[in-house]
Ligand binder design. Structure first.
Ligand SMILES: NC(=O)c1ccc[n+]([C@@H]2O[C@H](COP(=O)([O-])OP(=O)(O)OC[C@H]3O[C@@H](n4cnc5c(N)ncnc54)[C@H](OP(=O)(O)O)[C@@H]3O)[C@@H](O)[C@H]2O)c1
Length: 324
């Protein structure tokens, strides 16, 4: 039966016409666009208090549309408030296409919360940026909006951090660091084109496979985000010697060697080199988990919100309210 074509059930009514009390059990449906989804979000969802977490892998926009309609139809308006959807997967484009498909469902019962966090990129990027804003305040370096920022790594985390910083009005450069790319310059041009087209941010891209290019970029930067693959060191000590001071550096790679030599996983705005303050991956990781937990709890209770990267940043900032 095609759920979109039949009259939705009223609260307390089942398809057999039997009246039952409206279910307030909270259910989270996780739609992953990949075949092997991470267990991370499942664990957090149960810890956030969901009564049930249902996983669907290899989800396409069409699948998502059908699954959401079926869930809304079966739960009625009240139950739909306690029904949340979480979109994951490594590919940002695929996850965002799933979100669009759900948003396009024309149903008055779509009062559920939708969280999108492909590969943890939205919450990680939001945590990095909110933490950096706080670090700039504590080090009296001013506001992030006026800063020149460089992001190393063009994976999901690097791309979303770039988008958020671009939307804040920062001067942003995203750099590809992988020396194994066949045509790095062409690749990074493609990344910049994609970010402009999909997210409407005007940023610069540089291929920086070696020390020389990285030093050049770092001399110009006030804030540095290291989001390359796990275990890949992007900035070593000799580079730190060459780039001047008055900088904040954030590293999200928790697998040794870390992305920045000299940074420790738990660093929390520690001076790692004269005039350079570091924030380590465990500090960001804790904040990311706290943020995801907050979002999952809110979504479970409230309904009717779309937790995209912009709302993630707002929520990440709220974690620091009262910190100053
Ligand atoms: N601390 C936390 O809470 C947290 C949460 C989520 C993710 N993370 C970490 O954040 C980082 C970014 O995550 P992601 O999913 O966006 O990244 P990713 O897709 O795993 O990798 C990011 C980039 O690393 C670069 N890379 C791959 N192999 C390389 C090599 N041999 N040499 C140099 N660069 C190489 C790639 O090229 P380009 O440099 O050309 O782009 C890739 O785009 C990862 O280290 C991940 O573990 C941390």
């Amino acid at each position: 039966m095609e759920s979109s074509k039949v009259k939705p059930l009223e609260d307390g009514e089942t398809s057999e016409g039997i009246i039952r009390s409206a279910s307030k059990k909270s259910i989270l449906f996780i739609f992953d666009t990949e075949s092997k989804m991470s267990s991370f979000d499942v664990c957090l969802a149960y810890d956030a208090g969901y009564d049930a977490v249902m996983l669907y892998e290899n989800v396409t926009p069409k699948d998502a549309e059908r699954l959401v309609q079926d869930a809304l139809f079966s739960r009625g308006p009240k139950g739909s408030r306690f029904t949340s959807f979480f979109i994951g997967g490594k590919d940002l484009g695929k996850a965002e296409a799933v979100l669009e498909a759900i948003k396009n469902i024309k149903s008055p019962q779509l009062v559920s919360s939708i969280i999108i966090d492909p590969r943890g990129a939205y919450t990680t990027a939001a945590a990095m940026i909110a933490k950096t804003e706080q670090a700039l305040l504590t080090t009296k370096m001013g506001k992030l909006e006026n800063k020149r920022c460089i992001i190393f790594g063009t994976g999901p985390v690097g791309k979303i951090a770039t988008v958020l910083l671009g939307k804040l009005g920062c001067e942003v450069v995203i750099a590809s660091t992988n020396p194994n790319r066949l045509n790095g310059k062409k690749y990074i041009k493609g990344v910049v084109r994609l970010l402009l087209k999909r997210y409407d941010v005007d940023i610069r891209g540089v291929y920086a496979p070696g020390q020389k290019e990285r030093i050049h970029l770092l001399r110009e930067a006030d804030v540095v985000f290291c989001a390359a693959a796990p275990g890949i060191q992007v900035i070593d000590r000799s580079i730190l010697e060459e780039i001047g001071s008055e900088k904040i550096m954030v590293d999200v790679n928790v697998v040794p060697p870390l992305g920045i030599e000299g940074i420790k996983p738990e660093d929390d705005v520690r001076e790692i080199h004269p005039g350079i303050f570091g924030i380590g991956p465990v500090t960001i990781g804790r904040l990311k988990c706290k943020l995801e937990m907050k979002i999952l709890r809110e979504a479970r209770e409230a309904g009717e919100k779309i937790y995209d990267y912009e709302l993630c940043l707002k929520k990440a900032r709220s974690l620091f309210k009262g910190a100053h």
